[in-house]
Design a protein around this ligand. Structure first.
Ligand code: NAI
Length: 252
């Protein structure tokens, strides 16, 4: 594993109480970053429990971890999040927009709510977090947006998800141009199928069929995405901006 050094850097990963976001924050924790663990405080408190457990795990790796709750769909909540971060740690060096949801349905069956909830979380949420972070993101900083291969080659039933992720890719390319004068890079990652609760349990025969189509022969692990995020957040990637990096095992 490449040894990055993020000591002295403050990193926010949205939706980092579990799944891909959790693995990304763990990668930063191992590399010495100050970790801002963001979660969505759902009414049942499940995410808060996950967030607290994950924070304990990262503290066990000797990382400094601060927890913040916010609904990325709400501009007011995101504004409050960035203010709270500013007060607590003074600013941000890396913003990773990872929070997202999936609501696949064919166009005929897709309700307006299916459409809007995915756009609100996966596209508007990224807009709010990028926009509201601009005043606290330090010059030379990094933005990494977790898009999806579905933003380039969307699948059956993904009109909402594919459109939102394609929007994230376009937004990232614009940010790269607008923020270059401050030395801030903005890139997107397009994961393929990554084993998390988002994709749920897949029947063994369906899984085997997918795995046959993936040149590297397996589903991705959250750590596969985390490794790409750490690279795009590092000093070493400073001349790469406005790009989309697929993490798909060669599949599209
Ligand atoms: P997950 O469901 O485990 O994690 C999603 C995270 O987003 C959770 O922590 C959840 O609480 C948070 N979140 C959802 N709505 C939110 C809101 N309104 N405000 C704040 N946080 C909210 O899913 P997974 O797989 O870890 O996905 C992470 C990202 O990776 C998502 O953007 C997803 O679209 C993307 N992705 C996932 C793939 C996969 O195969 N698992 C493939 C391609 C992209």
């Amino acid at each position: 594993m490449i040894q990055y050094n993020f000591a002295g850097k403050v990193v926010l990963v949205t939706g980092s109480s579990r799944g891909i976001g959790g693995a990304i924050l763990e990668g930063f924790a191992k590399a010495g970053a100050t970790c801002l663990l963001h979660y969505f405080d759902d009414p049942k408190g499940e995410n808060r429990r996950d967030a607290e457990q994950h924070a304990e795990k990262l503290r066990g790796l000797k990382a400094t971890v601060h927890l913040f709750a916010a609904d990325v769909r709400s501009p007011e909540a995101v504004e409050g999040l960035m203010k709270a971060i500013h007060q607590k740690v003074g600013g941000l060096d890396v913003l990773v927009n990872n929070a997202g949801i999936l609501r696949d349905r064919t166009m005929r069956k897709m309700t307006l709510d299916d459409w809007r909830s995915v756009m609100d979380t996966n596209l508007d949420g990224v807009f709010h977090c990028c926009k509201q972070s601009l005043d606290i993101l330090r010059d030379g900083g990094r933005i990494v947006n977790i898009a999806s291969i579905a933003g380039i080659h969307p699948f059956h039933g993904q009109a909402n998800y594919g459109a939102a992720k394609a929007g994230v890719i376009a937004l990232t390319k614009v940010l790269a141009k607008e923020l270059a004068r401050r030395g801030i890079t903005a890139n997107a990652i397009a994961p393929g199928i990554i084993q998390t609760t988002m994709i749920g349990d897949i029947k063994p025969d369906v899984r085997a069929d997918y795995e046959r189509q993936i040149p590297l022969g397996r589903f991705g692990r959250p750590e596969d995405v985390a490794n790409a995020v750490l690279f795009l957040s590092s000093e070493e990637s400073g001349y790469i901006t406005g790009q989309v990096l697929p993490v798909t095992g060669g599949w599209y």
